[in-house]
Design a protein around this ligand. Structure first.
Ligand code: PLP
Length: 392
């Protein structure tokens, strides 16, 4: 067997993430590696923290990327804020709320679940009922943008309810950062984590987080030691903290941080609000095409994420065969359903760099061709024109 360099095919990534990486970001990653305590690198870290604050719309001092994927950002929030015996109200309307429950329980906390049907937003009335029934709860945790279904929840209302009941708020914004309005300070979200591989169009492997003063106070005055050495903010801040000297904590993923820096430069060049608007515009065009074809959205109107479009698989169609044909013949990746929705839906991402008219028209044309060849019960030949009309 001869071992050779790995050369991946060039795909168009329109699944639930990772999304297409902007070539500028790949180029930034290939720049020379320098030491993670090099003064030039440290200056870059400070600049990146500032740009992350703009992306999150916050002034939080403690805003930084965790050196690991979104799941590590999730764990960073839970391990630092939840102590054994703490009660956390966890909203679940898809896969990722379930992971929050796991996190709470692994920290020795008690998870009080507020369940909603998969595919709809978290219901604030149910959350209020749970908060009233659990006056000793310390935290409310929810997923702002549920990637498993494509539903967006009203983070502002949920956070306001939590604060009325003296709870901190942990919010998962892995799929919303950069793609949908997210106002960390205005909405008073306390511990927020995200990912780089969705609407920032960066490579996977980093998790931007931001903590309010309230959350920092709780994390730094806890009674028990954080059980994770790597994610203990009290230690990580020796490296990422503001001012003073930077001390070694772990070897930072230097070139991946160049990538995030470039991704944030690109976001700020466009403007955060403009990026949200672009995601919305492309979603409208994709939606016009899907509806013209006769594909049904899973999530009710008004609760749909522009960057993650979940549609039902037409009657009698083998959904996996469609995805594999798209991949083989068009180099186009779309996502399958997860958990209870496996086999029943497709998830079409329009995230970051991939949220553009070319991808919308390409995806509609390719899906139309594949479904027509499989004799699916759709209206063929109209989707692309419907999307073009939406842009006009
Ligand atoms: N939370 C949500 C809403 C996600 O969509 C994901 C990943 O898709 C995660 C958390 C976990 O992120 P990662 O896969 O980067 O660990």
């Amino acid at each position: 067997m001869s071992i050779q360099s790995f050369h991946p095919p060039v795909r168009t990534l329109m699944g639930p993430g990772p999304s297409d990486v902007n070539p500028r970001i790949l180029e930034a990653m290939s720049r020379p590696t320098i030491g993670h305590l090099d003064p030039v690198f440290v200056d870059m870290m400070d600049e990146m923290k500032g740009m992350l604050r703009t992306a999150f719309q916050t002034k939080n001092e403690l805003t930084m990327p965790v050196s690991a994927p979104g799941s590590a950002g999730m764990e960073t929030c839970f391990v630092n804020l939840v102590e054994p015996g703490d009660k956390v109200i966890v909203c679940q309307n898809g896969v990722f709320g379930g992971r929050m429950k796991e996190n709470v329980e692994r920290c020795g906390g008690i998870a009080v679940m507020v369940e909603d049907t998969w595919g709809v937003a978290v219901d604030p009335d149910k959350v209020e009922t749970a908060l009233k029934a659990n006056p000793d709860a310390k935290i409310l945790a929810f997923v702002h943008a549920e990637t498993s279904t494509g539903a967006i929840s009203d983070a502002k209302t949920l956070a306001a309810l939590a604060h009325e009941h003296d709870c901190l708020v942990i919010a998962d914004t892995v799929t919303s950062l950069g793609g949908s309005p997210l106002l960390v300070d205005d909405w008073e979200l306390d511990a927020v984590y995200s990912g780089t591989q969705k609407c920032l169009s960066c490579v996977p492997g980093l998790s931007p987080v931001t903590f309010s003063k309230r959350a920092v106070e709780v994390a730094t005055t806890r009674k028990t030691r954080v059980q994770s050495w790597f994610m203990d903010l009290n230690l990580v801040l020796g490296y990422w903290g503001g001012g003073g000297k930077r001390a070694y904590h772990h070897t930072a993923p230097i070139n991946t941080l160049y990538a995030l820096h470039e991704a944030l430069v690109i976001l700020l060049e466009e403007g955060v609000e403009n990026s949200w608007a672009r995601h919305q515009r492309n979603h409208h065009a994709l939606r016009a095409g899907f509806e013209a074809m006769g594909l049904q959205f899973v999530v009710p109107e008004g609760q749909r994420l522009p960057q993650l479009n979940a549609v039902s698989v037409p009657e009698g169609i083998d959904e996996a065969a469609v995805r594999s044909t798209l991949l083989k013949e068009y180099n186009l990746e779309i996502g399958a359903g997860l958990g209870a929705m496996a086999g029943k839906i497709w998830r079409v991402g329009l995230m970051g760099f991939a949220s553009n008219p070319t991808n919308v028209l390409f995806c509609l044309g390719a899906l139309d061709a594949v479904l027509s060849s499989m004799k699916a019960p759709i209206t063929s030949g109209v989707a692309v024109e419907a999307a073009r009309a939406s842009y006009r």
